[in-house]
Design a protein around this ligand. Structure first.
Ligand code: IPM
Ligand code: MG
Length: 370
C-alpha cells in the first residue's frame, strides 16, 4: 500500500515525523507492507518549486492508495496573490482528487473533558460527525472575481449547488448516519438563499430511501447556537462547503483541543485525503511543542476508511487513548496533575503504547510528573 505523505508547513514536518514512525510500527505489526513517500505541498512547495501544489505532487497523490497531509499555511506567503498561496494548493488538491466529502468527527475524549471552554456537563458524551461538501458551493462557484477600481470596485463569489452535487453528499451523510445513531441534521439558510432551498428539497427527497434515519433541518445560525447549547443532540451534521468550514471549527472546540481532531476527505473511488483539522501553527513551529495526536488519529482514519485496515486503525486509536489516560499532554492540552511532554516525547509514548508496553508508559509518567 502506497501512502503519499505531505508534511507541508509550520508544525507539519514535526508531526509527520512522529506519524511516520507510528505508521511504520503499526504497519509491520499488522503486516500491511506500507510504502511512505513524501512530497512537497503548501509553503514548502512554494519555496522548493514556486507553486503550492506542484504537478508532480498531484500526480503522486493520484497514484497513491491514500494521502496523508499534516498542515499547510505560512505567513511568509500571505502577501502573495490568492492563487499562489499555500491554501490554494489545498483547494487544488481537493478538486484534483475530486474529494467531495469531508468527514470531521468530534468525539469528546473523557480524559480531556476539563480542557473544553464549555462546562463538562455540556460537552461530556458529545459524539458527532460533520459531513461537509468539499468541492462545490461558494468556494468554487463561478462567476467570481473583482471588477472596477477605487470606490467603484466590487468583488463577488457565487454560492451554487447542482442537484447531483447535493444528492451525492446527502447520500453519504444518510449512509453514515445509518451506521451511527440514525440522526441526520441538514444545515442550510433556506429562509434566505435559493441555493439552500434546493439543498433542503434534495435532502427531503432522499429521506424516504433511508427510513431508519430521522432527518431535521436547521438554519445555519440556529445550528451554530445549538452546537454550544446542546451539542449532544447531534449525530451527523450535513453541510455545504462554507457552513461546514465554520461549524466544524466551532464543533472542534467542544473537544477542548483542536489538536486531537482528525478528518477524512473522500471522493468517488480514488485515494482519500486524511489530515488533522488544525492548521500549521507557525508560532510554535520547530519548538517541539506541537500536538501530534490529531495527525496520529488522521492516520487511523486513513487506515480504516482509505485502506480498509480496521485492526491497525483501532490499534493506533487505542494507543492515543492510552497515552491520554496515562496523563501525557502537549502544552495545548496541559492540565493540572498531568505530565507535560513535547511532540517527540509524545511520539515515543505512542510507540510504547503501540508495542503494548503500557507498563513503561506508567513508569515514565511518574518520572516526568510536574
Ligand atoms: C479547512 C480550512 C481550509 C478551508 C482553508 C485552509 C482553505 O479552513 O480545511 O477548514 O477553508 O476549507
Ligand atoms: Mg476551516
Amino acid at each position: 500500500m502506497n501512502i503519499t505523505l505531505l508534511p507541508g508547513d509550520g508544525i507539519g514536518p514535526e508531526i509527520t515525523a512522529v506519524t511516520k514512525d507510528l505508521l511504520q510500527a503499526v504497519g509491520s505489526r499488522h503486516g500491511l507492507g506500507l510504502t511512505l513517500e513524501e512530497a512537497p505541498m503548501g509553503g514548502a512547495a512554494i519555496a522548493a518549486c514556486g507553486e503550492p501544489l506542484p504537478e508532480e505532487t498531484l500526480r503522486r497523490c493520484r497514484k497513491a492508495d491514500a494521502v496523508l497531509l499534516a498542515a499547510i499555511g505560512d505567513p511568509r506567503y500571505d502577501q502573495l496573490p490568492r492563487q499562489q498561496r499555500p491554501e490554494s494548493g489545498l483547494l487544488g488538491l481537493r478538486a484534483g482528487l475530486k474529494l467531495f466529502a469531508n468527514l470531521r468527527p468530534v468525539k469528546v475524549i473523557p480524559s480531556l473533558l476539563g480542557a473544553s471552554s464549555l462546562k463538562p456537563e455540556v460537552v461530556s458524551g458529545v459524539d458527532l460527525l460533520v459531513v461537509r461538501e468539499l468541492t462545490g458551493g461558494i468556494y468554487f462557484g463561478q462567476p467570481k472575481g473583482r471588477i472596477g477600481c477605487g470606490t467603484e470596485e466590487r468583488a463577488f463569489n457565487t454560492m451554487t449547488y447542482g442537484a447531483m452535487e447535493v444528492d451525492r453528499i446527502a447520500a453519504m451523510a444518510f449512509t453514515l448516519a445509518s451506521r451511527r445513531r440514525n440522526r441526520l441534521c441538514s444545515v442550510d439558510k433556506a429562509n434566505v438563499l435559493d441555493v439552500s432551498q434546493l439543498w433542503r428539497e434534495r435532502v427531503e427527497r432522499m429521506a424516504p430511501a433511508y427510513p431508519g434515519v430521522t432527518v431535521e433541518h436547521l438554519y445555519v445560525d440556529n445550528a451554530a447556537m445549538q452546537l454550544i447549547r446542546q451539542p449532544r443532540r447531534f449525530d451527523v451534521l450535513l453541510t455545504g462547503n462554507l457552513f461546514g468550514d465554520i461549524l466544524s471549527d466551532e464543533a472542534a472546540m467542544l473537544s477542548g483541543s483542536i489538536g486531537v481532531l482528525p478528518s477524512a476527505s473522500l471522493g468517488e473511488g480514488g485515494p482519500g485525503l486524511f489530515e488533522p483539522v488544525h492548521g500549521s501553527a507557525p508560532d510554535i513551529a520547530g519548538q517541539d511543542r506541537a500536538n501530534p495526536l490529531a495527525m496520529a488519529l488522521s492516520a487511523a482514519m486513513m487506515l480504516r476508511l482509505g485502506l480498509g485496515q480496521e485492526a491497525a486503525a483501532t490499534a493506533l486509536e487505542t494507543a492515543v487513548d492510552q497515552v491520554l489516560q496515562a496523563g501525557f499532554r502537549t502544552p495545548d492540552m496541559m492540565a493540572k496533575g498531568c505530565v507535560a511532554v513535547g511532540c517527540r516525547a509524545m511520539g515515543e509514548h505512542l510507540l510504547a503504547a503501540l508495542e503494548g508496553s503500557g507498563h513503561d508508559v506508567d513508569a515514565q509518567r511518574d518520572v516526568n510528573r510536574v
